[in-house]
Design a binder for this molecule. Structure first.
Ligand code: GDP
Ligand code: IMO
Ligand code: MG
Length: 447
């Protein structure tokens, strides 16, 4: 029995969907614990592509239970569209469960998210425009609508009449936008409530019951460590806690129930939206990574900014999440490159800096210090074992493990399930490599 958290170790889109789907083979339950329809997780199986925003990436396994936990925010319209899409593709959603304490994204959240971004001008965050920030803001302000409120017809009418009138004042007076019709919104959302009612449960109780029955629970993070509200590149972050600690808060489980944390990182770095990005590549190589890696947002279609692998944020992700091991994805995207750089430290105002600076202003002044590696210049997409990989790719991976101070358990070389090399059992294999008592690092790659 092992309860495992899978998190993004960079700025999102690391390939969490692919890795979660892969690991779901040995999971009984897969749980999303934060975020909303800002997430876009892609799974490719036998040439068929699935793009999931809210439904956990374990849904393709008919016997695996999938739970949308209480720390998520749920846009019912998008969730229903996702259910319909899976149904059309012949994927059963009978094993889906939704937490009754998750918050609901309402039309005014989406409108306010987009209007606020418009007003911020140069200070915009580059949000997905899906209403995520305003939904979590209402949760914190204690004026949010929860799934259990949505299920209570009379209570919902009363709550929404008041809330929509209040939000209309903001729409009209602050943003000069037309008001919403409360009755129309209420009827629309009561319709969604009927469609979703069958899935609603006390998710914390359900997951705890699974833990007591020694079932394997997989927690699927959305977004990534550097987008974390508390630990990311604030204010250029999302409004939830994608880090491993968020899995406990976002499901209602205690930390002693977690056995392992796996970090997913690309072999390079991408970022969507605004905010500092020290290893960003503006020129030809950035374009090549974008084209070869098909780096366009799964949710918004926006072009992702691309850059070299950043070992400083990587080590930060190891620390903040307590990572035990890593899954390195998209190694194949580097196949054609002559030379590959890895950022080992930053220079800030003439000084070398080994650690992620918590101030975004300071972070924006960081200049990367690179170590260069020769490229391998052959395709790795058909490699299926460590021995199949070219020597230069092996050296690159060994260095990433050394730099990050954690073993690499999985290497991904394409979007499909089979384009994967398992180096260590990611669930039961060796844990985080700590220093030996004499200060020397423990071995990282047992290959
Ligand atoms: P997530 O949000 O972390 O689940 O990642 P996304 O699905 O938004 O973005 C990752 C993209 O890379 C998707 O289109 C995946 O199908 C694709 N992908 C995942 N792993 C690999 C890989 O190893 N190589 C390549 N070329 N593509 C991959
Ligand atoms: P997955 O789960 C990449 C980014 C947005 C923006 C910031 C805030 O697919 O990895 P928000 O709409 O959340 O208020 O936007 O966060 N962002 C993501 N970037 N992958 C994601 O999800 C993201 N979800 C949000 O681009 O910079
Ligand atoms: Mg994504």
């Amino acid at each position: 029995m092992a309860n495992v958290i899978v998190i993004g170790a960079q700025w999102g889109d690391e390939g969490k969907g692919k890795i979660t789907d892969l690991l779901s083979r040995s999971a009984d339950v897969v749980v999303r614990y934060q975020g909303g329809v800002n997430a876009g997780h892609t799974i490719v199986v036998k040439g068929q592509t699935f793009k999931l925003h809210l439904i956990p990436s374990g849904i393709l396994y008919p016997d695996t239970e999938c739970i949308i936990g209480s720390g998520t925010v749920i846009d019912p319209k998008v969730l229903i569209a996702e259910l319909d899409q899976l149904d059309q593709l012949g994927i059963s959603t009978d094993n889906l469960y939704i937490s009754e304490t998750a918050h609901v994204t309402m039309p005014y959240h989406r409108i306010i998210d987009q209007a606020a971004e418009g007003q911020r001008g140069d200070r915009k965050i580059g949000t997905t425009g899906r209403g995520i920030g305003p939904t979590y803001a209402d949760k914190s302000e204690r004026t949010g609508i929860r799934i259990l409120d949505l299920m209570d017809t009379e209570g919902l009418r009363e709550q929404l009449e008041w809330t929509i009138n209040y939000k209309n004042a903001i729409l009209e007076k602050l943003y000069n936008l037309p008001p919403l019709n409360p009755q129309e919104v209420i009827e629309e959302y009561l319709g969604y409530a009927e469609r979703l009612r069958q899935y609603v449960v006390d998710a914390s109780l359900k997951i705890y019951d699974g833990i007591q029955r020694r079932r394997n629970i997989l927690f699927e993070g959305a977004q990534g460590t550097l987008l974390d509200l508390d630990h990311g590149t604030y204010p250029f972050v999302t409004s939830s806690n994608p880090v491993a600690g968020g899995a406990c808060v976002g499901t209602g489980l205690g930390p002693t129930t977690i056995d392992r944390v796996i970090g997913v990182a690309k072999a390079y770095t991408t970022r969507v939206g605004e905010g500092p990005f020290p290893t960003e590549l503006d020129g030809e190589i950035g374009e090549l990574l974008c084209a070869k890696g098909a780096e366009f947002g799964t949710t918004t279609g926006r072009k992702r900014r691309c850059g070299w692998f950043d070992g400083v944020i990587g080590r930060y992700a190891v620390r903040i999440n307590g990572l035990d091991c890593l899954a390195i994805t998209k190694l194949d995207v580097l196949d054609e490159l002559e030379e590959i750089n890895v950022c080992v430290a930053y220079e800030i105002d003439g000084e070398r800096c080994e650690h992620f600076p918590t101030s975004s202003r300071r972070f924006s002044r960081c200049r990367p210090i690179y170590k260069s590696f020769p490229g391998w210049k052959v395709s790795t997409t058909n490699c299926r074992s460590w021995q199949d990989l070219p020597k230069q790719a092996q050296d690159y991976l060994k260095y990433l493990a050394e730099l990050m101070t954690v073993p690499i358990a999985i290497v991904s070389l394409g979007a499909s399930r089979d384009q994967t090399i398992i180096l260590e059992d990611p669930i039961h294999g060796p844990k985080r490599a700590l220093l030996h008592a004499d200060g020397t690092p423990a071995s990282l790659l047992s290959v």
